[in-house]
Design a protein around this ligand. Structure first.
Ligand code: SAM
Ligand code: SF4
Length: 465
């Protein structure tokens, strides 16, 4: 039996009292909160609750433009891109919203062999990806958790021409301290795990069998990960299971717990919304659906509440909604995704996918779109490679420093992409976008970017500062 860390208490009374306290606040108070948010030091639970109560269109507009300001000040124009790699859909749990749940006979089960994983990786590399999010259900083939460690090794060792994977983030079920240590030794980037819902009662209703029934084992996973030395962790909520307002405040309590205990909060927050899944009624009819407008609101509020934490948006959402949320605070997106094991080699297969996607566009098209909106598509992995993780990353994550380092790094990885993988149309649009972005940079950052881009054009790869 594993040693258990003391559980994290989500204080529901505090959440409900913040929610009732925050109701129908005066416009003047809301504006005070928005101007405090511009100082980039985050917000309290009561302030967040007050922002959640905004319904007046003018105030909503002010909320969105404040989020835009914060996003732009901290992250500049960068948007980091990654691809999920589903290695297996074997699962022993019964999460009522997921197609991979154990008793769902409508899904074909499959765990990729190491050769199949290498094949998927080559395809992603040939599209231009440098960052992979490894995903699996909670049951492994014969070799147990070693399967995941072997898969990581395979991914890092598979190359194709100039293509290589420089950072693997991992989204697998909660592990023991020893297993987390092994994951750290395998040199993963971020360990990602979503609590799904922080509301205990809802949690037990939707997790009806298997290890995942244990709310406490899951909520304490990030403590074990951090104790094992993984200091970039990614948390999240599956929106649609319970009231989004409750979930955002609970998320803030979880963040505060990590900050108090480890001195640093999560590296990223993911904001998946429930999507239809084969063999799941609840996935098509979320008990507490989040409307598009509330979804934008929640992204904007998170941006203000935890300004230095990355926000990840997956291809669950449509291209249109994804575009809008870039301005509100999203800093990382997946592109060209498949959610079925073997999906890149064999294409999308609804009978083995986890859920259906809202954005089906290939990477090249997403990149052209992102660049035409004035963002820099980035494949940068510099911080992780230079050991700037956890607290060190947060120390660097000050607006000035980020702009001096991250924007040039993003541009050099974007130039690599344009030279090695882009279609002629995307390359032309991309080169134009790069010129425009450099012309808006500080003199120092522009000079640094130009030097790095020249090196890439001369044939050097993986140029970062
Ligand atoms: N099996 C592990 C677990 O449950 O933590 C990790 C991988 S699981 C495939 C990744 C995430 O997919 C889950 O945490 C859940 O939030 C999300 N997910 C499951 N069903 C979904 C659905 N119908 N729509 C959107 N996201 C879903
Ligand atoms: Fe299994 Fe994860 Fe899907 Fe639950 S969400 S059924 S644990 S893959």
């Amino acid at each position: 039996m594993e040693t258990r860390t003391e559980t994290i208490r989500i204080d529901e009374d505090e959440i409900y009292s913040s929610l009732s306290e925050g109701k129908r606040k005066e416009a003047e108070y809301i504006r005070e909160i928005l101007s405090k948010a511009k100082e980039l030091s985050g917000l309290s639970m009561n302030e967040v609750a007050a922002l959640m109560s905004i319904s007046d269109p003018e105030l909503l507009h002010e909320l969105f433009s404040t989020a835009h300001y914060v996003k732009d000040t901290i992250y500049g124009k960068r948007l980091v891109l990654f691809a999920p790699l589903y290695v297996s859909n074997l699962c022993a749990n019964e999460c009522t919203y997921c197609a991979f749940r154990a008793r769902n006979n409508a899904v074909k089960r499959r765990a990729l062999t190491q050769e199949e994983i290498a094949n998927e990786v080559r395809i992603l590399e040939e599209q231009g990806h440098k960052r992979i999010l490894l995903v699996a259900g909670e049951a492994y083939p014969q070799e147990g958790f070693n399967y995941i460690l072997k898969s990581i090794e395979t991914i890092y060792h598979t190359t194709s021409g100039p293509g290589e994977i420089r950072r693997i983030n991992v989204n697998v079920a909660p592990l023991t301290l020893q297993e987390f240590k092994a994951l750290k030794a395998a040199e993963i980037g971020t360990y990602q795990l979503f609590q799904e819902t922080y509301h205990r009662e809802t949690y037990s209703k939707v997790h009806v069998a298997g290890r995942k029934k244990d709310y406490d084992w899951r909520i304490t996973a990030m403590d074990r990960a951090m104790e094992a030395g993984i200091d970039d962790v990614g948390i999240g909520v599956l929106f649609g299971l319970w009231d989004w307002r409750f979930e955002v405040l609970a998320l803030m309590q979880h963040i505060k717990h990590l900050e108090d205990k480890f001195g640093v909060g999560p590296h990223t927050i993911s904001v998946p919304r429930l999507e239809p899944a084969t063999g799941s009624d609840i996935a098509s009819q979320p008990p507490q659906p989040v409307s598009d407008i509330d979804f934008r609101k929640l992204v904007a509020i998170l941006r203000l509440a935890v300004p230095y934490t990355g926000i990840i948006m997956s291809t669950r959402e449509t291209a249109e909604l994804r575009r809008e949320t870039f301005a509100l605070g999203v800093s990382q997106i997946s592109a060209g995704s498949r959610t079925n094991p073997g999906g890149y080699a064999e294409d999308e297969a609804p009978d083995s996918s986890q859920f259906s996607l809202g954005d089906h566009r290939p990477l090249d098209e997403v990149i052209r779109d992102v660049a035409s909106l004035g963002y820099i598509p980035s494949f940068c992995t510099a911080c992780y490679r230079l050991g700037r993780t956890g607290m060190d990353f947060m120390d660097l994550a000050k607006p000035g420093d980020i702009k001096e380092h991250c924007d040039p790094n993003a541009l050099s990885t974007f130039e690599e992409y344009l030279l090695d993988y882009a279609s002629p149309e995307t390359r032309a649009a991309g080169e134009q976008a790069i010129e425009k972005i450099i012309s808006q940079m500080s003199e120092q950052a522009a000079a640094r970017s130009r030097r790095m881009i020249i090196q890439v054009k001369q044939g050097r790869r993986d140029v970062f500062c």
